[in-house]
Design a binder for this molecule. Structure first.
Ligand code: PXP
Length: 251
């Protein structure tokens, strides 16, 4: 049995809002989903307020902050508009992500190395307000060095390429992507960064990545909301928690 602290599970409820917005109105309510996820063992709630408000909206963020007992992780682009909203909302954490209007989801990591000058003011203003800043980056040493230079205390490693390769049955590519994530997590810890991971995780990939002791938090959304259709959100979160604990025991 591992004596590491339990791996934290942040449940991303964006796609509950996607379903709500498909019809307009209030159902299903992402705040209700957040409360159900916490009841089932989520350690935090993640929500992404996109520039186009395609799923989470401004009042969802405010209602989430008011309603939940666990930390709120506010995902956002590092724009002046979003920084102002985050400063008003005062979440526990902000995860800065790249954003392109036409993308279906957050396709790649932030170019922290190429955009240091643009990111620095956002990181500094959020940190001054006591918000824990995380940068969503690829498993790339250049990006990790840039995150450390920007004095972001946390990185979230983009696991999308690994999860896609695993889901498509491309074993060699998946193994190479996993090794990249493992090496990046080690490098980031040596640089004093807290390491989170997310994007595209399911029960199997969450169990596998839970075995990396450097990783202390996973943020998982789309798969859990999809599973909730079949089992309900509470059971999906509990099964995810069990998969993560099983993987962690191997760390
Ligand atoms: N972490 C970050 C930074 C993300 O942008 C997303 C997607 O919004 C997730 C985690 C969750 O990814 P998924 O919905 O694929 O589980």
């Amino acid at each position: 049995m591992s004596d590491l602290p339990q791996l934290r599970l942040g449940v991303n409820i964006d796609h509950v809002a996607t379903v709500r917005n498909a019809r307009g109105g209030r159902h299903p309510d992402p705040v209700r989903a957040a409360l159900a996820a916490i009841e089932a063992g989520a350690d935090g709630i993640t929500a992404h307020l996109r520039e186009d408000r395609r799923h989470i909206r401004d009042d969802d963020m405010a209602r989430l902050k008011a309603a939940i007992s666990q930390p709120l992780n506010f995902e956002m682009a590092a724009t002046p508009e979003m920084v102002e909203i985050a400063l008003k909302t005062r979440p526990h954490a902000c995860c800065l992500v790249p954003e392109r209007r036409e993308e279906r989801t957050t396709e790649g990591g932030l170019d922290a190395a190429g955009q240091r000058a643009q990111l620095a003011p956002a990181v500094a203003r959020l940190a001054e307000a006591g918000i824990r800043v995380s940068l969503f980056i690829a498993a790339d040493p250049r990006q990790i060095e840039a995150a450390a230079a920007l004095r972001a205390p946390v990185i979230e490693i983009h696991t999308g390429a690994w999860c896609d390769a695993a889901a498509d049955g491309h074993a060699a590519e998946a193994a190479a992507e996993f090794a990249r994530i493992r090496d990046a997590a080690r490098l980031a810890r040596r640089a004093g960064l807290e390491v989170h991971a997310g994007h595209g995780l399911d029960f199997g990939t969450a169990e596998a990545i839970a075995a990396l002791p450097e990783v202390v938090e996973l943020n998982i959304g789309h798969f859990l909301v999809g599973e909730a259709i079949f089992s309900g959100l509470g059971p999906a979160v509990r099964t995810m928690r069990a998969a993560m604990d099983k993987g962690r025991a191997r760390a």
